[in-house]
Design a binder for this molecule. Structure first.
Ligand SMILES: Cc1cc2nc3c(=O)[nH]c(=O)nc-3n(C[C@H](O)[C@H](O)[C@H](O)COP(=O)(O)OP(=O)(O)OC[C@H]3O[C@@H](n4cnc5c(N)ncnc54)[C@H](O)[C@@H]3O)c2cc1C
Length: 353
């Protein structure tokens, strides 16, 4: 839809802007392109079909049951059904926990004032906003798609830490609350039917494959928890699965868990090499209160770009530069409440943990 050349981070009263090329996708067109491209490479699609269960023989997955009692057989079955993950769940490969579920909604809008005098200029930019009043335990965004149009969305982790039933608000209500209160949307309209909603899990995978089977994309889940980048990560996991399938089917066909494990190795090495620390950073980011977000903006504005890139890449030394003595009580409470996340996040750095 639009090439962008900046990323803006907003807190309740401050912001940070950085030059960074990007692209906002027309997601439906992108999926149609993938189907077209797949067909050109010999793929066959069955639309409006629902996979319901894996077919297993002698402990190995050999096909899929769909639409009642229809069956399709395969040397290797790939679950790419996103967080629904019906096959991966039944095989015990994926254990997606409700308390880690993040939900999101996005609308394409027109009439958005992308260069409002009270805010950063969002022309040709992707903006992510950290503000618990708007998205408790998550963030909201404006991605400019040209002229006065933008994709406007919001996502958050849907557990009781950030959301009590008492507020009676669902995600649509949160988005509407933002649209009603932010002057950039004073004359904005949602484009009819142009919405995208879904979920992903902010948790590490426990397993990625088994005999004759791999799970890719958010079935596992693969999404980068920190910035919600799921499309590129999903494509990378598909590429890793293709390499593993090629390995298992070339020469002597062997789709055993031991051979297909190439996928797990590639996933951890190339697709999400720093999953543990990124998960820790994500949970810590959502844990921080609104005032801390304003301080974070001041800190990253003062930081050199190399250190900032290192912090985003999970360097403990760079992350430490964003923490202060006053954060100690918050860090202590976070560690106390999230021992497993901390242990896993730091285990790459301190192998004995
Ligand atoms: C509001 C929102 C905004 C987002 N914005 C971005 C963004 O800006 N950038 C980014 O990189 N990522 C973004 N993401 C995340 C991204 O959309 C996902 O990470 C990505 O789509 C995951 O891809 P996937 O193929 O694993 O799963 P999905 O895209 O969820 O695709 C799964 C497919 O499987 C189908 N399916 C489900 N169950 C079955 C079944 N039983 N049988 C057959 N088919 C089934 C579904 O209908 C769907 O077509 C966003 C997500 C949301 C919700």
């Amino acid at each position: 839809m639009q090439f962008t050349d900046a990323v803006v981070l907003e807190s309740p009263t401050d912001h940070f802007a950085q030059r960074q090329p990007g692209a906002v996708l027309e997601f439906a067109d992108f999926k149609r392109f993938l189907v077209r491209d797949g067909r050109e490479h010999g793929a066959e699609y069955r639309f409006d079909s629902r996979a319901t269960a894996p077919i297993t023989e002698n402990g190995s997955v050999v096909g899929v049951r769909y639409d009642g009692d229809e069956e399709v057989r395969a040397d290797i079955v790939v679950d790419a059904t996103g967080p629904a993950a019906p096959l991966a769940k039944q095989l015990g490969v994926s254990d997606l926990e409700r308390q880690n579920q993040a939900i999101g909604i996005e609308w394409e809008m027109e009439g958005v004032e992308v260069d409002h005098p009270d805010y950063a200029d969002l022309t040709d930019a992707m903006m992510l906003r950290l503000d618990h009043d708007l998205a408790p335990g998550g963030y909201s965004w404006i991605f400019h798609t040209g002229g006065d149009t933008a994709k406007v969305g919001l996502c958050y982790i849907q557990n009781e830490k950030y959301h009590s039933n008492a507020d009676g608000m669902n995600i649509d209500d949160y988005l509407d609350q933002w649209l009603d209160s932010d002057p950039r949307f004073a004359d904005a309209e949602k484009l009819a039917g142009k919405q995208h909603r879904g979920s992903a899990h902010i948790q590490p995978p426990n397993q990625l494959s088994t005999d004759g089977f791999v799970a890719i994309g958010d079935a596992v889940p693969t999404i980068d928890p920190l910035w919600g980048e799921g499309i590129h990560k999903g494509l990378k996991s598909a590429r890793a699965a293709a390499i593993a399938a090629d390995h298992c089917l070339t020469g002597t066909v062997d789709t055993s868990a031991e051979e297909i494990d190439v996928y797990d190795t590639l996933w951890h090495r190339d697709v999400a090499p720093d999953a543990g620390i990124r998960l820790l950073m994500t949970h810590l980011l959502y844990y921080a209160p609104n005032e801390r977000y304003d301080r974070l903006m001041r800190d990253i504005n003062a930081m050199d770009l190399d250190t900032l890139a290192s912090a985003n890449g999970g360097s403990l030394r760079a992350i430490a530069k964003l923490l202060h003595r006053e954060d100690l009580p918050m860090l202590r409470d976070f560690v106390r409440e999230n021992p497993e996340i901390v242990k896993r996040g730091l285990s790459d750095y301190v192998p004995l943990l």
